[in-house]
Unconditional design. Structure first.
Lengths: 344, 384
């Protein structure tokens, strides 16, 4: 038996004959970074602009930020949920809602009162301007939105600022050609937001610097007790061959600039040109041996009056030098095979 | 046959010689020259140099901390060398500035006296090589092993940073047994946009029916959405319906923005029946659309609703791939649908604009009701 769900589309049809309409809001500032002493109070304003043509009511709220992901996406706690970096309870908003005319702007004042006993270090929260989803009367979805200003407040005191490199490596050990991708994971072991950034230098097998890149040049933050990953790509240029070493040094800190460093290495072996080159060289060597041998034999025949040439060999077996040559030969072959099959 | 064997042996030797040379070349490529680095028998531990300013071409105080393993005896030296390979720092020194150099773990004096662990200091100045400072243990004294700090520029700063952004070695050496290297990064400061100037603009646009759905979905959209409503209207069992909304973000926030979405509940009717999340009520990884499985007595399989995003550069990558759908998130775990790591202009795909697709399907087992509703909220914020 078919089940039909009836809906009244007219309730949700646009009033005008326009196929699309838009709704939105602008918030300024969208990022606030401040320092404050315990017991200090500071104030500011947030400007909210209604981008719609008709007046709208925006509701104002505040929430703690309980963490950020490795990509810097903040996650907000539920109202009343405690976090180690609480600060939403310190925030007073001058209004809980604002009726803003179409295309109009309203400034909302906020005050942050840092408690006397506030723990030193980072505290994080968001102030949101929200448009509530309209309640559908028939089958469908009411859509609303919250646009937030995020706050990074550093309470001055004996804050612990420490970052470490949890991981620094290339995405592969062996490349036939660039690009080479460097993967860095930074761990924040302190209680304040840190923004580690710095140079990543690449050296060839002669020790010559062939590239100078930047890691996190924009200064993205790493949340306390969290990790954040960064990716840097080197496209290379010119002929690249051999083992490369890379050194990354990142500096972070507010008053004190600390540097954390790590190194890594990788190989670039352009196999196709390398194989062609080695093959041609090997053929050249063989051809040279053949021609030289023929020349020597011809000269010896001329000297010996055209008789057969007898070569007496030492019957003691392979010499140490022969064994060494054999070892080097085997090493070269197996090394190239290892690079290609296991690290490519 | 003997001649052939002889020939093969000779050619084998020639090839071996060739590959031997190749093997030696490869070994040296392995960084043999780089393996010969500065090293002594004993290394200091926990050696680091903390600066007050890491910007280019500025004066900075250096606080070097380290732990030695071996005592330093009378006449031996501890040297601090800035950038031993290219000497791009500009250190200054004069006898009048010794008060600007302080130490712990030993006693710094202008001239040797009656103490037991006294050192004097001299500086090379900006000589172009081996630039730094030398601490010499006074006659008859011994500096015991353990934690030490050397502050260069305690009051008046003495060392100017290089003008080239790079990573530089700071070397501890001298005739003392312990030695070691650490690194400092010298880099131009970020130009900080004043907080008052950062803005974020978020816009939702409705899309008419008959339009191209989001993220490569076939066919056309079935309902006309507005910025604040997605009216599903009448649902026919076995026939999926599609809808689309467009999002735009404009911001000058240096590290970009993120947009997530959450629902307050499943599509719920006043009778208590609901239409579950894709797929079959289980919030798993994004997957290709499939009809609800219609398993009798398993209400979650009577109908479901999913979401997709065209943004292929989300924080986790191209999560929604080629027309993959997922469940809308919850308030405690919202779903990421739009993300960018830098300023945005509101129009460029994946960086300032994207399309969000919705899809719903029921089967014959879905309870009849006329008021399946829910509220959906987008959250847009900058990224730290």
């Amino acid at each position: 038996m078919a089940a039909y769900i009836l809906g009244t589309i007219a309730l949700f049809a646009p009033a005008a004959a326009t196929a699309q309409n838009s709704s939105g809001v602008r918030i300024q500032p969208s990022l606030i970074e401040e320092r404050a002493l315990p017991g200090e109070t500071f104030s500011g304003t947030i400007a909210i602009t209604n981008l719609d043509s008709e007046a709208k009511t925006f509701y104002l709220s505040k929430r703690n930020i309980k963490g950020i992901s490795e990509e810097g996406v903040p996650s907000f706690s539920a109202e009343g949920e405690e976090t180690p970096y609480d600060m939403s309870s310190w925030i007073r908003l001058a209004a809980s809602s604002a009726l803003i005319p179409g295309k109009g702007t309203r400034e909302v004042r906020f005050t942050v009162a840092v408690p006397v006993g506030a723990s030193p270090g980072g505290h994080f929260a968001g102030i949101f301007a929200s448009f509530a989803p309209p309640a559908p009367k028939e089958t469908g979805i009411g859509v609303g939105y919250q646009v937030g200003t995020i706050i990074n407040l550093r309470v001055v005191g004996d804050a612990h600022e420490e970052a470490g490199i949890r991981e620094f490596r290339t995405d592969r050990k062996f490349y036939v050609a660039p690009p080479v991708k460097f993967l860095t994971r930074i761990e924040n072991r302190g209680n304040v937001l840190v923004r580690p950034r710095g140079p990543l230098e690449v050296f060839d097998w002669f020790g010559k610097k062939v590239a100078s890149l930047r890691v996190n040049d924009e200064g993205a933050g790493v949340f306390p007790s969290s990790d954040r990953s960064f990716e840097t790509v080197w496209d290379g240029e010119g002929l690249m061959f051999g083992r490369y070493r890379t050194t990354m040094s990142l500096v972070y800190g507010d008053q004190e600039k600390n540097t954390i460093s790590e190194s890594a290495s990788f190989w670039i072996v352009p196999l196709k040109p390398a194989l062609w080159t080695f093959s041609i060289l090997a053929l050249g060597v063989l051809a040279s041996v053949f021609l030289v041998r023929r020349h020597i034999q011809k000269k010896l025949r001329e000297l010996g009056g055209g008789g057969a040439l007898r070569v007496h060999r030492n019957a003691k077996g392979p010499s140490w030098f022969s064994l060494f040559l054999g070892f080097c030969f085997a090493f070269a072959v197996f090394f190239l095979a290892f690079l290609f099959f296991f690290l490519a | 046959m003997q001649k052939l064997a002889s020939l093969l042996r000779e050619y084998g030797r020639a090839l071996s010689a060739f590959f031997a040379a190749l093997g030696l070349v490869i070994s040296s490529m392995g960084g043999l020259p780089l393996w010969v680095e500065y090293a002594k028998a004993a290394s200091v531990q926990s050696f680091k140099d903390t600066l007050t300013d890491s910007d280019l071409s500025v004066l900075s105080k250096h606080t070097l901390s380290f732990t030695t393993n071996v005592s330093v005896t009378a006449g031996q030296t501890i040297t601090v060398t800035f950038d031993p390979s290219t000497s791009l720092f500009t250190p200054t020194f004069s006898t009048a500035t010794t008060t600007d150099i302080t130490v712990t773990g030993m006693t710094l004096v202008a001239s040797c006296g009656g103490g037991s662990d006294e050192v004097t200091v001299t500086g090379t100045g900006n000589t172009g090589s081996s630039e730094g400072y030398t601490f010499t243990v006074c006659s008859g004294d011994t500096v015991s092993a353990g934690a030490k700090t050397i502050v260069i520029g305690a009051s008046t700063q003495l060392v100017t940073n290089p003008g080239v952004a790079a990573s530089y070695v700071i070397r501890l050496g001298g005739t003392a047994a312990d030695s070691g290297d650490t690194r400092v990064a010298i880099i131009d400061d970020i130009v900080v946009t004043a907080s008052v100037n950062t803005t974020l603009t978020f816009t939702i646009s409705g899309v008419a029916s008959g339009s191209t759905p989001a993220n490569g979905e076939a066919g056309t959209t079935d309902v006309t959405t507005t910025a604040t409503a997605i009216p599903w209207g009448t649902l026919t069992p076995g026939t999926a319906k599609k809808a689309r909304q467009d999002l735009a973000v404009t911001t000058n926030a240096r590290n970009g923005f993120t947009v997530t979405v959450w629902q307050d509940q499943n599509l719920l009717s006043s009778t208590g029946a609901d239409i579950d999340v894709f797929k079959d009520g289980v919030d798993g990884s994004p997957a290709a659309w499939a009809s609800p499985t219609a398993t009798l007595d398993s209400e979650d399989t009577y109908g479901h609703e999913g979401i997709t995003s065209e943004d292929s550069t989300l924080a986790a990558g191209d999560t929604f791939g080629a027309t993959l759908y997922d469940a809308v998130g919850t308030v405690s775990s919202p779903l990421s649908v739009f993300y960018h790591t830098g300023p945005a202009n509101g129009t460029t795909a994946d960086k300032g604009a994207t399309k969000i697709g919705f899809k719903i399907e029921i089967n014959d087992l879905q309870e009849a009701a006329g008021d399946y509703t829910q509220a959906l909220t987008y959250i847009a914020t900058p990224v730290f």
